[in-house]
Design a binder for this molecule. Structure first.
Ligand SMILES: C[S@@+](CC[C@H](N)C(=O)[O-])C[C@H]1O[C@@H](n2cnc3c(N)ncnc32)[C@H](O)[C@@H]1O
Length: 238
């Protein structure tokens, strides 16, 4: 029988309120994740407790930043199996969420999750960040862009900052030690209009894992030549 015991305990430790309705949605999400993972590769993590810790609780840690309190418009870049976008959406109904990934099979999975969990004000995009970052409908309209486990920070800035409106934030979910990555991203940040505002260390409950949230403010518009053509940011990082 699927349970989310570790998630329930851990969310208390993180001081994040989850209600009965949220818990039922997390259980259903876990069942769908394990079921689809038999057919397509979504995650290497299949242990019940490990999913709670490394996917669900880790995805909820950005809520500590208070950036998700209002009716914010959020995009999760390279969301994969929906992390962190789906857990954030389950807990914060007010958030308007877009999930973007370049792998269509994962997008198909996410569409089923959205349908079965009856999530509202959430949509998916199949495509590359470099292409959609140039699209007028998506460019510089989001209050928050967020991303976990997609690319080094300098590359990620080119994927994510074009989506963020001036005054909004890009939240990069990283490991414990981020100083070197931030140092290597200075040029990218300057070119793309971002500035590191904060680094928040978070301990994932029931584990000895410490992660960082790098909070980057969009302080000026991204020049229209960025993001460069798909593949370029990775091949030739700023
Ligand atoms: C390692 S997975 C991480 C998934 C999820 N964020 C997580 O933390 O579990 C990286 C995901 O980013 C997607 N991705 C990589 N580069 C991308 C790009 N340029 N545009 C859109 N998606 C991208 C991949 O398809 C993959 O699903």
């Amino acid at each position: 029988m699927t349970n989310v015991k570790t998630l329930i305990e851990g969310s208390k430790e993180l001081n994040i309120d989850i209600n009965k309705e949220n818990i039922n949605k997390f259980i259903l999400y876990k069942e769908l994740l394990l079921d689809w993972n038999q057919k397509i590769n979504i995650t290497a993590i299949e242990d019940d407790e490990e999913i709670d810790i490394k996917h669900f609780l880790d995805s909820l840690t950005p809520l500590k930043t208070k950036l998700f309190e209002r009716n914010v418009k959020v995009i999760d870049i390279g969301t994969g199996g929906g992390f962190p976008g789906i857990p954030i959406k389950i807990v914060k109904k007010n958030v308007d969420m877009v999930l973007l990934d370049s792998l269509n099979k994962r997008i198909m999975f996410l569409n089923e999750v959205i349908d079965k969990l009856e999530l509202k004000n959430i949509g998916t995009i199949h495509g590359r960040a470099e292409d959609f970052g140039k699209n007028k409908i998506y460019r510089e309209v989001f209050d928050v862009a967020i991303s976990r486990a997609v690319a080094p920070l300098n590359i990620l800035c080119e994927y994510c900052l074009p989506f963020v409106k001036v005054g909004g934030f890009f939240v990069s979910m990283k490991g414990k030690d981020v100083e070197e990555e931030i140092e290597s991203s200075k040029k990218a940040l300057k070119i793309l209009g971002g500035e590191v505002k904060d680094k928040v260390l978070v301990e994932i409950p029931n584990s000895n894992i410490t992660h960082s949230l790098i909070i980057i403010e969009k302080i000026s518009k991204t020049p229209t030549k960025y993001p460069r053509q798909a593949g370029k940011p990775k091949k030739n990082p700023l």
